[in-house]
Design a binder for this molecule. Structure first.
Ligand code: GLN
Length: 292
């Protein structure tokens, strides 16, 4: 016979808060218990003495143990909200960050054609592309990722949310069908490979392919800035997310390649987070060769 004391909402949450520690143990515990039990967080407050069935409390304790090891809550829930869209997430790719919503906001404010064609490079979960699709049903949105698992995930999110985004497996531009976009948008990897942040918090569990980009974190951004003109309409825009301390470096790269209307914008925390620019005037030699 099972002689374990009956677990209640309150007892489980208390036990989890101690085990989890860190910055937001109560919130983490509530999210995990809601996920494991099917009960709501408001329900926890209304009825703390409520008994939790053995199977649910066992599942909850497993999740708490993984959280205590540092696993991101989003991976444990299998879901993260972005732009109010519930996105499925998994270890193949980055967990969407709230600050990336700033790219969506700025993209929606650009003077783009009614039926703009948009490319989201390194889409991961599909977050940026799907958020744009949810706001602009007339845009033609293509999203790509180099990682097959991320492509599959982005497609699943597109289907689950019934938002029409085409997702292709492609290492940056390599498999993109030749065309001219009105907007190329990307949250590329941009962390320097020796950055100590990589050993802290959620990023420890995220794939480095989505995070790390060479000695100064700018390898992929440099590549995108060089290649993008060949894929943009004459007045097309490039918008890149980058690190809080990379704004000046990204602007300098754009300036030296002749880009126009270069501007860095801040995230919700007031840090430089994205830079946008309009395609340089005239075909560069490199683009002419590339366009053949
Ligand atoms: N903003 C993320 C972080 O600081 C990094 C995202 C990225 O490299 N694209 O963890």
């Amino acid at each position: 016979m099972n002689t374990e004391p009956v677990a209640t909402v309150d007892s489980l949450l208390k036990e989890a808060v101690t085990a989890i520690g860190g910055e937001s143990p109560r919130l983490d515990a509530e999210l995990l218990l809601a996920h494991a039990s099917g009960l709501t967080r408001t329900g926890f407050r209304a009825w703390p003495e409520r008994e939790v069935p053995a199977q649910a409390s066992e599942h909850f304790r497993e999740l708490v143990a993984r959280r205590a090891q540092g696993q991101p809550v989003a991976y444990l829930l299998g879901e993260q909200e972005f732009w109010s869209l519930p996105l499925q997430v998994n270890e193949t790719t980055l967990i969407p960050r709230p600050d990336t919503e700033c790219l969506v906001e700025v993209a929606l404010s650009l003077p783009l054609p009614e039926q703009a064609s948009v490319l989201d490079l390194g889409t991961g979960t599909g977050a940026i592309a799907l958020a744009l699709a949810s706001e602009q049903p007339n845009w033609r949105i293509l999203a790509s990722d180099r990682v097959a698992g991320a492509v599959e995930l982005a497609r699943r999110n597109s289907e689950a949310l019934k938002l029409p985004v085409t997702v292709l497996e492609s290492d940056w531009f390599s498999q993109i069908p030749r065309q001219r976009f009105d907007l190329i948008i990307s949250n590329p990897p941009y962390i320097a490979d020796n950055d100590h942040h990589l050993n802290e918090g959620d990023v420890r569990f995220e794939p480095s392919s989505a995070l790390v980009s060479g000695a100064d974190g700018l390898d992929d951004i440099r590549f995108l800035i060089t290649q993008a003109p060949g894929w943009l309409a004459d007045d097309g825009w490039l918008m890149l997310e980058h690190g809080y301390d990379q704004g000046a470096a990204v602007r300098a790269l754009l300036v030296s390649d002749g880009w126009r209307t270069i501007e860095t914008r801040q995230d919700y925390g007031g840090n430089d987070r994205l830079t946008l620019a309009q395609k340089p005037l005239g075909l560069s030699g490199q683009e002419a060769a590339h366009a053949e």
